[in-house]
Design a binder for this molecule. Structure first.
Ligand SMILES: C[S@@+](CC[C@H](N)C(=O)[O-])C[C@H]1O[C@@H](n2cnc3c(N)ncnc32)[C@H](O)[C@@H]1O
Length: 321
């Protein structure tokens, strides 16, 4: 064949399928496989991406998943790139690749593998069976707290606290606040208590089991009530992203239109709020119309940048109007 001319029978130019995630992983286990931190980061990110996982309920992206798998295994807590060229020992490499395999084959979100989740810039314990903290509210904390009229004895209630990440993040930002974090799930309350201790807040934050407001001190009046309760209609079970399937259904789904818990938290909020109190709910962007009807168009809807956050705040006065 004359150089520059294609052999019509040649298949050289046909696109070859990219190696599948399990091929990349198997090759990485060879003796001459990746040996530096940067190599392991690259392999982890490629394997997670090739497996079709977005990481949305994990660390947020394949890249962040890769960083968490590598750096948590190497006990580098700040996930910074200080050690990109550092050599990873064979035993460390095997441990990282074992976690990677579990991440993808499950799929299991990284926080369930490492026991560590990150929310609003802080680190929280989490374990399988408890919702992995993530909420648009995490990006709005300072703005939302600016809208709270704290009393002389400031109090916060979180209904459906999961790991406690949201309530604890607020308590850290509002140093005088006493907070009650409740959840119907005893495992969530146990994890929340571990996080309260981890953040050194046991003197002013406590967590207990409660079905909505049922176990909440009826005489307490809260300046702020926050809730990110389950609000996805259960017809969506099995139809949403498969990555979500490892999380507890009771933390995500509700029957019918998905809004019974949102109705319940709205209905009795005025009984538990101080006169100038504020209720802040994450309800998901797709529920905005339904929730707007429930509150007769009152309240304020928040945005993160120019994106709708699916977060409503409403004062006690507006709730009673
Ligand atoms: C979407 S998760 C949110 C957890 C946490 N607020 C966060 O943002 O990470 C919803 C939480 O509400 C809890 N929950 C569900 N039904 C509840 C109820 N009837 N009373 C109190 N908590 C409930 C679940 O156990 C779960 O921990």
């Amino acid at each position: 064949v004359t150089p520059g001319h294609r052999d019509p029978d040649s298949t050289d130019d046909e696109p070859r399928p990219a190696p599948a995630w399990d091929e990349v992983l198997a090759a990485a286990r060879h003796d001459d496989g990746p040996s530096r931190v940067c190599d392991l980061l690259r392999v982890c990110e490629t394997v997670i991406t090739r497996a079709g996982l977005s990481g949305f309920n994990s660390m947020g992206s394949p890249r962040k998943d890769a960083q968490a798998l590598v750096y948590e295994t190497l006990a580098i807590r700040d996930h910074s790139d200080r050690f990109l060229d550092a050599v990873v020992t064979s035993v460390e490499r095997a441990a990282i690749l074992d976690l990677l395999e579990r991440r993808v084959a499950g799929p299991i979100p990284v926080p369930y593998l490492t026991g560590q989740a990150f929310f609003a810039g802080r680190r929280f314990f989490v374990r399988a069976g408890v919702f992995i903290p993530r909420s648009a509210l995490g990006y709005l904390l300072d703005e939302v707290l600016g809208a709270v009229a704290w009393s002389a004895t400031p109090r916060l209630l979180e209904v459906g606290c999961g790991t406690g990440a949201l309530g604890i993040s607020i308590a850290v930002r509002a140093p005088g606040v006493h907070a009650d974090l409740v959840d119907i799930d005893p495992l969530a309350v146990q994890v929340a208590n571990e996080n309260i201790a981890r953040h050194g807040l046991a003197d002013r934050v406590r967590s207990s089991v409660s079905d909505m407001y049922a176990g909440v001190d009826a005489t307490a009046r809260y300046d702020l009530i926050v809730a990110n309760l389950p609000y996805v209609p259960d017809v969506q079970i099995g139809r949403t992203n498969r990555e979500i399937e490892g999380e507890p259904q009771s933390a995500i789904y509700r029957p019918g239109d998905g809004l019974d818990h949102v109705r319940a938290v709205l209905a009795d909020a005025a009984l538990h709020l101080a006169d100038t109190g504020l209720l802040v709910l994450e309800v998901g962007t797709f529920n905005r119309t339904g929730v707007q009807e429930l509150v007769s168009g009152r309240g304020r809807w928040w945005t993160v940048g120019n994106q709708e956050a699916g977060v409503l705040s409403i004062t006690r006065d507006e709730l009673k109007a």
